[in-house]
Design a protein around this ligand. Structure first.
Ligand code: UT7
Length: 343
């Protein structure tokens, strides 16, 4: 059975920066830079321009990962696309990305499977685990895993939505998972979910139990109430569960690998709130140099947090061959996961 390792990383953030002050001044949100920084660590985030979708920003991230993996696009055997802000309700963003990468063009067209993952902040780790299983089984040699979000177009940026709206940003991250006979790569993955909390962090823009699924006005035009249109979150409950689940799943992964936290060289935590990660770091006694963050400049980019961190850490030289890496995520569902890799 081959090993599966991350052969290339890539990332892209849309150029438009929106600071905390801009949320107040330009969008009219009753908030302050101090509140957001103190509660979350976020200083600014990037928003995609109107007309730019999630599969669009995934293209440069994917191309960078493919190039850094040293392969051609046509070497890919599968695409896995994790997002909570897909271009459309259906089809998934994976097929749009496939087309935009040029994989459907010309004589070299390769109609590889494209799978969308709907696990929000844990989506990238669910996708990475699936890719690893596909590679280890021998079914695929190279799998592209993308975590990308254009969440800003679906955020209530008024005061009504500030608890959620101030947190999120847009970004795309990608990795290529490849087969190798070398003794390296993804050692184990540990995924979990607790559907009792499905409604605690959710965007229920429609309700398929209803007929029709979105209420219509007298002209047959769909009407979506604000509490359905925008994501709703019980922040404190999410915060507490994030700490508990991320801590537990990391311990589970350490036990499974016969290691302790001290054997891990780099901790790549999902970026939901700097305070969550600082709490984990403090309670697990993890030194600053073993942790990477990007929430300060990008906000919470949901499925993109971990692959963008990997790309930044690898490209800056902080993440090097031979290091033991722990990736840990938690999010809506609730869902969570931890992946341990020898880089
Ligand atoms: O990635 C998915 C997982 N998501 C998370 O892990 C998020 C976890 N939760 C959190 O990070 C925190 O709960 C938040 C940052 C979302 C909120 O922080 P909090 O300390 O739990 O604040 P809160 O929700 O209890 O709100 C306290 C006050 C409220 O005002 P009142 O009711 O006390 O008058 C909020 O309306 O802060 C208000 N508030 C804001 N004020 C200024 C909420 N958002 C803002 C804001 N600016 N952006």
């Amino acid at each position: 059975m081959p090993n599966a390792y991350i052969s290339g990383t890539g990332m892209f953030v849309p150029p438009r920066v929106v600071t905390n002050d801009q949320l107040a001044k330009e969008f009219g949100m009753d908030t302050t830079h101090e509140w957001i920084v103190q509660r979350t660590g976020i200083e600014e985030r990037h928003y995609a321009d109107e007309g730019v979708g999630t599969s669009d920003i995934a293209v440069p991230a994917a191309e960078q990962a493919i190039e850094r993996a040293g392969i051609e696009k046509t070497d890919l055997d599968m695409i896995i696309f994790a997002t909570l802000s897909p271009d459309h309700c259906f089809p998934g963003s994976g097929v749009y990305l496939q087309k935009k990468l040029g994989l459907c063009d010309g004589a070299a067209a390769k109609f590889v499977p494209a799978l969308d993952v709907r696990n929000q902040c844990s989506g990238f780790l669910y996708g990475l685990s699936t890719a690893t299983a596909m590679v280890k089984s021998g079914a695929c040699k190279h799998v592209l895993v993308v975590g990308a979000e254009v969440h800003s177009h679906a955020l209530d940026l008024s005061t009504r939505g500030r608890t959620v709206g101030s947190l999120f940003g847009d970004a795309a991250g990608a990795v290529v998972v490849s087969a190798t006979d070398e003794d390296r790569g993804i050692r184990s993955w540990h995924l979990g979910a607790d559907g009792r909390y499905a409604d605690v962090l959710a965007q229920r823009i429609w309700d398929i139990k209803r007929f029709p699924f979105i209420p219509l006005d007298e002209h047959g035009v769909g009407q979506v109430q604000p509490e359905m249109m925008w994501a709703q979150m019980e922040g404190k409950l999410v915060f507490r569960n994030a700490i508990e689940r991320m801590m537990t799943v990391l311990m589970e992964a350490c036990v499974a690998n016969g290691i302790t936290g001290q054997d891990i060289d780099l901790f790549v935590f999902h970026q939901a709130n700097l305070r969550i990660n600082q709490y984990l770091q403090q309670h697990l006694g993890i030194p600053d140099e073993k942790v990477v963050h990007n929430i300060q400049k990008y906000g919470n980019t949901t499925a993109a947090t971990i692959p963008t961190l990997l790309a930044e850490a690898e490209q800056s030289g902080k993440l090097k061959r031979g290091m033991k890496v722990a990736m840990i995520a938690f999010g809506s569902g609730f869902t969570w996961g931890c992946v341990i890799a020898d880089w």
